[in-house]
Write a protein that binds this ligand. Structure first.
Ligand code: GYE
Length: 331
């Protein structure tokens, strides 16, 4: 009995030691069940993009491609063209092609869970960049390596805080939401709503998705402005929809930036130009240039370095005071 116990403890210790050795050579997170990334001179990696219909996406893709080229890595690039179902199929095709690692910008929080799990099952580490998945269904450090991106709740808060100052706490707000079910749309709404809820003189009278797209933003803003002629503010979850809203305000015979204040998120070139032109009040930066951070995380992971479960980008805030100075480096 005693010897059996001693034997099983010894075996357990040996097992633990072998796991520790394996973890040491392929990454500490491997011990938690994540697939390893073997140290190699060069890699074939996948980047599953959500869509390519705005400057933010194009800048993100360019950054991923440029950095892969610099490192001499092969990049398998896919564009889901705005379809979560196609993005799942894109990830499955990367798995079939035997990529070493997958960089995924999940279009929506829930529908991409099967893709994350399929890659894990196939032994391919996944790095989520820019957008997140539902935290109750998949976990960083367990199902995927890490999430690299902005703090979207904070972005929404910053937009709200700017608005409180700019309006003296009095506003009738129309909200243009991003793609339904996406982490930036969920979190930008949450952060903003929290600030508005704490300010009794501010009210969101309508909130509808413009799918992060310029023309959809214009159309939705047009109908919301008709339904709520008393509105004084438009909060857009990204600059593209804000630019669309500016067109809708002008078409309604009103002055953007005066009759209706606009605050948004991203910091794309057209957004900064709208600030310079006095049509938009402010935009919270959300940096799309993920290439350097994404591949650096993969390299660190391959060396067995401990990767934090979330890696938050440091973002800027743009208003009249710095928009002109920042436009040259924008996208
Ligand atoms: O703000 C928007 C893009 O996922 C953070 O998606 C990103 C958002 C970005 O289409 O412009």
């Amino acid at each position: 009995m005693v010897s059996t116990l001693r034997f099983s403890m010894t075996r357990r210790a040996m097992l633990l030691a072998s796991v520790a050795i394996a973890a040491g050579s392929v990454g500490i997170a491997h011990a938690d069940g994540l697939p390893p990334l073997k140290p190699k001179a060069t890699y074939k990696v996948g980047f599953a993009q959500t869509e390519s219909n705005n400057p933010w996406r194009l800048a993100q893709t360019a950054s991923m491609q440029e950095e892969a080229k610099k490192l001499g890595w092969q990049l398998v690039y896919t564009d889901a063209a705005g379809s979560a179902a196609k993005q799942v199929a894109d990830v499955n095709s990367m798995i079939a092609q035997g990529v070493d690692a997958i960089f995924l910008s999940p279009r929506e929080e829930k529908p991409l869970i099967p893709a994350v799990m399929a890659a894990k099952k196939a032994g391919i580490p996944v790095f989520l960049i820019d957008r997140n998945v539902d935290a109750t269904l998949a976990k960083p450090g367990v199902d995927y390596v890490t999430f690299i991106g902005s703090d979207f709740v904070l972005e929404g808060k910053q937009a709200g805080e700017w608005l409180v100052k700019a309006t003296g706490g009095k506003a009738i707000i129309l909200e243009l939401e991003g793609s339904t079910g996406s982490s930036p749309a969920n979190d930008r709404k949450k952060g903003f709503d929290d600030i508005i809820a704490a300010n009794p003189g501010m009210k969101i009278v309508a909130s509808q998705t413009g799918d992060f797209a310029r023309d959809k933003g214009r159309q939705v803003a047009e109908s919301l402005l008709q339904a709520h002629p008393e509105a004084t503010v438009i909060y857009a979850h990204n600059d593209e929809m804000a630019i669309g809203a500016i067109a809708a305000i002008e078409a309604a015979g009103k002055k953007p930036g005066k009759d209706i204040l606009i605050v948004s998120i991203d910091g794309e070139k057209d957004g900064l130009q709208a600030i310079i032109d006095g049509k938009m009040g402010a935009t919270v930066e959300c940096n799309p240039r993920f290439g350097p951070a994404a591949y650096a995380a993969a390299i660190a992971y391959s060396k067995g370095e401990k990767i934090p479960p979330t890696m938050v980008n440091k973002d800027n805030f743009y208003d009249m005071s710095n928009a002109a100075a920042s436009i040259a480096t924008s996208y």
